[in-house]
Each structure stands twice: as C-alpha cells, then as structure tokens.
Design a binder for this molecule. Structure first.
Ligand code: EPU
Length: 339
C-alpha cells in the first residue's frame, strides 16, 4: 500500500534482504520514508515499538520484530556551501555509504576515502561512528539532522552534541532509539589530506603510484576484500566485537605473559588491544559452533555459514567472550546490536 507518491508501507514484511547476517525474520510492518516531512506525518499514528534501520550491517535479529521498522529512502546529496579549502555537503540518511565515498572520490573531496567499502548507509555511519584505517566518521561530521520519534520535532545535533568516541555516539547510548537520522552534514576537504599511517596502507598506495584519492580508495578496497567476507556470499556484520580498551597498568601485566600482543594508543593514556588477536590466541579463528563460525581470515568477524539463527550466533559470541575472559581477564563487548 502506498499513501504518498514515494513512501511505502509493507505489512508482515521479510527482513531477510535487509540484514547482512541474512537472518530470515519478519517485521509486522516496514515503512520507508523519503523526506523529513513524510516521516513527521506518519510518526503520530505509528504502531509501536519502532525500530529505525539502515543497511542492516550492524544488526543481529534474534526473532521476528513485533513492531514497525522504519527505513530512510532519503537519497540525495546537496552541496550547502564552500570555502577555499572545504565543502559542506548534506547527505540523505538513506544514501549507501560507499556511494557517498565514491561520489567524494569522483569530485576530488578528501576525508572519507579510508572508509571505502564499509557496508551500510549514511544515517547509520553517524550513529555508529564507523571507522577504518585510522579515520572515523566523526572526523568529517559537522551536524546530524534528526526527527524525534516521540514528539516529531526536528533536532539538529552539533558535532559536540553527538558525543563521539570509538564506535560510540549519543545515539547509541543516552538517546538510543529516540531519534531517526534524516541527513548528515559533512565537511570535506578540497585540499589533499592523505592519511596513510595505518598498517600496510602507505606501502600499498605507493605501489599503486602515490596517494591520489583513487589510489587510496582502491588500496582500502583491496585490503578489505583480502580480510573481510562479502556479506552477499557469507552472512556477517563486519567486526562483531569492539576492540577492548584497557588501562596501561592492565596492558603491562598482559604484555608480561604475551610479549607480542599488538596494541594502539587510546584516549586517556589507555591502550586498545585488537579483539581479533585475543580471539585468535584463544583458539577460535576459523572454528565453528553449529552454523555460526569465526571467519578464517579475521577473527573478530562472526559468519553465518548457512541457516544460522540469531541464537546460534549469540551462542558462539558468548562462548568466545567467556573464553577470552578466562584466558586474558578482558571482557569483550559486541559492536553488533542484538534486536
Ligand atoms: N589480528 C590478529 N588476528 C586476527 C585479526 C587481527 O592477530 O584474526 C591482529 C593483528 O595483529 C592485526 C591487528 O589485530 O595487526 C589489527 O587487525 P586489523 O587491521 O584487521 O584491524 P582490527 O583492529 O581487527 C579494526 C576495525 C575494523 C577496521 C580495521 C581497519 C574494530 C572493531 N574493527 O579491526 O572495522 O576495518 O580496524 O581499520 O575497531 C568493522 O567495524 O566492521 C570493521 C571491519
């Protein structure tokens, strides 16, 4: 049924193609809106609970969703203004993230090239503060435009108000589930600003002939393809766990037993330890538990090897969390949201 020209409402709708784990679940109804006004007009009469989804690349459904799933079909990009060095662009929350990155590369705009090929949509990038190869979405986000799901008011969150940290924002914490993102305003650089400090990225880019936007994008895509499974082939949600942050004191103790433990500096003098390394050391890389498995080339990715349910994935995740805790005294937290 369609009550507006573009808005769509589907009852008893399958979500199988809308979550990258490939869970075969349904929602009571799915509504796609294509403007802020449309969203505001439908919210008052909506049957609750309401769940806003993006590309479903960070969700694990454990059962059918008894409520209304909302999805943004706002898919336009507008240039708001520019200075000598920068361009302000407003991007619809339903734009596929990597389409936006490709658009930036074609238009000579720097800032998101290291975030090439991350699955998902622009709205979720601002909720999740996606990150890769030394860059996070927060580095280029100026404002997040939203609609309050309770009272339909529009609210713009400044960068500061989003309270960004590693894979965290106010939308995942204090205000979880309360606002639907409609647009994200980014500030991009017209001046080249290559950031090649992470791992083998610089070598890869040099091999290709130097740090152009196109080369960086190509190198990042290549590195990702070599390590991360394609969700269209093998259901997964990227990193299932966050990299744990521990105190320097805890890290010193860990390094006494494991001198080769990799690490990165974290805010406040703390230390980030790769969850993939902990899981591999705990013996889980490439192993399965029923139809849920740890990806053989990157241990922090859990995969659906065929017909897994949310419960199968959670059983594997809980086993890993328990064993990593027993071995290292570190508690892993999930990056993926359980629904
Ligand atoms: N490592 C292992 N075994 C593994 C995986 C990793 O020992 O199976 C160790 C290696 O020492 C490696 C280090 O961990 O050098 C870091 O690995 P990698 O560069 O693959 O990065 P990561 O810390 O495992 C994070 C992000 C990824 C992002 C990469 C690159 C998180 C939770 N994950 O992974 O993000 O692509 O860095 O920047 O922070 C995602 O969020 O879905 C995602 C894929």
């Amino acid at each position: 049924m369609s009550i507006f020209a573009v808005m769509t409402i589907r009852e008893n709708c399958s979500l199988a193609g809308r979550n990258t784990f490939g869970m075969d679940v349904k929602a009571d109804r799915l509504i796609e809106f294509s403007s802020t006004e449309e969203l505001k007009s439908i919210l008052p009469g909506l049957e609750r609970p309401v769940l806003m989804i993006g590309g479903g690349s960070n969700l694990l459904f454990t059962s059918d969703y008894r409520g209304t799933v909302l999805h943004s079909a706002i898919t336009h990009i507008d240039v708001l203004g520019e200075t000598e060095d920068c361009l302000h662009v407003r991007v619809g929350s339903g734009v596929i993230w990597d389409d936006f990155v490709a658009w930036c590369a074609v238009n000579g705009l720097w800032g998101v090239e290291n975030l090439s090929a991350i699955p998902g949509e622009v709205g979720a990038s601002a909720v999740q503060n996606i990150g890769a190869y030394g860059v996070e979405a927060k580095d280029v986000i100026d404002t997040v435009q939203t609609v309050c799901l309770d009272d339909c008011s529009e609210r713009d969150f400044s960068h500061q108000e989003c309270r960004y940290a590693y894979r965290q924002s106010v939308f995942k914490n204090e205000l979880k589930g309360q606002y639907a993102v409609t647009y994200v305003i980014f500030i991009l650089s017209k001046v080249p600003r290559p950031r090649l400090g992470y791992g083998s990225l610089e070598q890869e880019v040099e091999r290709m002939g130097g740090p152009t936007l196109g080369n960086i994008r190509k190198a990042v895509i290549g590195i990702r393809e070599s390590k991360l499974p394609d969700p269209k082939v093998l259901g997964n949600a990227g990193s299932f766990f966050m990299n744990p942050v521990i105190t320097e004191q805890e890290f010193r103790v860990l390094r006494e037993s494991y001198p080769n433990v990799p690490s990165y500096p974290a805010p406040g003098g703390n230390v980030k330890v790769p969850a993939g390394w902990l899981i591999e050391q705990a013996g889980w890389k490439g192993r399965s538990l029923g139809p849920a498995a740890v990806y053989e080339r990157q241990a922090l990715v859990l995969v659906n090897t065929g017909g897994a349910t949310g419960a199968d994935i959670i059983r594997l995740a809980d086993t890993i969390i328990r064993e990593v805790k027993e071995k290292f005294g570190i508690t892993l937290s999930t990056e993926v949201n359980y629904i």
